[in-house]
Each structure stands twice: as structure tokens, then as C-alpha cells.
Design a protein around this ligand. Sequence first.
Ligand SMILES: Cc1ncc(C[n+]2csc(CCOP(=O)(O)OP(=O)(O)O)c2C)c(N)n1
Ligand code: SF4
Length: 246
Amino acid sequence: MARLTKPESIIKPVGYCGGCGHGVIQRLIAECLEELGMADTVISVVDIACSYWSLEALDYDAIAGPHGRCAAVATGIKKVRPDKTVYVHAGDGSSYVIGLAETCYTAIRDIPITMIVVNNGIFGMTGGQLCLATTLLGDKTLSSKNGRTREQAGEPVDMLNVFKNFDVEFLARGAVYDAKHVDQTKRYIKKGFENQRDKKGFSMIEILSPCPTNWKMEPVKASDKIRTQTEKVFPLGVFADRGGEQ
Ligand SMILES: Cc1ncc(C[n+]2csc(CCOP(=O)(O)OP(=O)(O)O)c2C)c(N)n1
Ligand code: SF4
């Protein structure tokens, strides 16, 4: 019988809710870094949101950036420690709303970090408010009780379509709702770290991820929603790959 193992870097169980994608993503990050032999070179930047748990779960040098400012914090670290593998693990509210300027200018400057953005369509940690960039039209949240409307909040924005206009190294969107997509997402994350190892530019991987708690859904239904609804608005795949085939 195959022995189940976990990455050595995962040292502590933490408080992600059942069915949350953050923990899967955290594990993929650790697997990729260990498989690439880069785990000892890491400084991670997590956000003051649900990704904060990762700071406690993983045995890396790490810092929690102020909410939304992770890309700027990571830029500073990479500038003074270019020898380190610097990555961000943050949410869509952080990266695409309050911190959009920081994320944009990190991309525009082509800072050679790996940025992991967890798109769960909501502000998870603060109890489920609408996220301007990613909440789907019609979705009910704490701050859109009758469902998001265009009149109230405009339409969600595919930020990878925006970022591909900048001269960046790699942009891709994955999902974690089944084994095939977890595997694909792992390949994207690994590519993001390989780019950093090879001294290439800014890599961002967005991952569609369930928040069963604030979506008020059973985990299986939350995964189904991503497959049947979210993915239609936020298609999966590679959006930019400067070093690869277009
Ligand atoms: C400057 C600042 N503004 C707002 C907050 C409150 N706040 C903490 S987490 C969060 C949103 C979290 O949503 P997201 O970034 O999408 O991450 P998730 O928890 O869903 O992974 C907000 C608004 C804060 N801590 N600091
Ligand atoms: S609130 Fe949502 S994003 Fe945060 S840990 Fe729970 S399920 Fe995950």
C-alpha cells in the first residue's frame, strides 16, 4: 500500500475551514518548493486574511504584509535579498481590490517574485463581503444580500486579462476542485518558482478556490459552483508565458 506523506515544510495543523482551497494551495506550494530543492531559500509573504494561517503552518522564514500590500512587501524583500525565493500567498480582495496598485506596479516593474492569488470570490476572513473584482453577478454576500448587480457594483473583472498587457513573465489560472485540476495548478505553481530560480520576471498564478463557510455551501457544492459557474467567468489556462510557446 502506498504510504501517504506530506511535505516536510508543513509543521503544524492550522485553522482553515473544512473544504477550503487555501490549505490545498499551501500544500502545493510546499510540494513544489521541496521538489525543486528550493525550500531552504524561501521568504514567504502572507496577507492579513485567511492566507495568514500559512505563516504558522509552513516552516519558512515568513512575514505577514499589511492587508493588500503583500506585493510591495515582497518587492522590498526581493530587492534586498535577490538570492531568496520570495513568494506571496494572498487573496483576491487583497491582491485585486485594496492592493491593486501594489500588485499592478509589481507586475509593471516585472519584479521576479512568484505571486499566488487565491480567488474565492469573496472577502473570506472578514465574514464574506463582496469582492469587487471577483464576486459573480447574482452572488449573495454579506454586502450584497440580494445578489450582486451591475448597477450596484459593476461586473467582475478578469485581472489576468488586464495583467497580460504588462510585460511579465508568466500568468496562469488554475483550480483545485478535482485531482486533474490540482495537478495542473501544481504545474503552474512550479513554473512560477522555476522562473524565479532561473532569474526570470514576475510570475502570478491565480487559483479558483472554494470558501464553503462564506458561500454557505457544503464543500462538494462549492466545488461544483466553481466548475459550473466561476470557471465560465474566469477561464483556466496560461495567459502569458514570455519564455514559452505562445
Ligand atoms: C488596511 C486593512 N483594510 C482592511 C482590513 C480588513 N480585512 C482583513 S482581511 C480582508 C479581506 C480578505 O479577503 P481576501 O483578501 O480576498 O482574502 P481571503 O480571506 O478571502 O483569503 C479585509 C477587508 C485590514 N486588515 N487592513
Ligand atoms: S473563511 Fe473561507 S477562505 Fe477563510 S479559511 Fe474559511 S473557507 Fe477558507
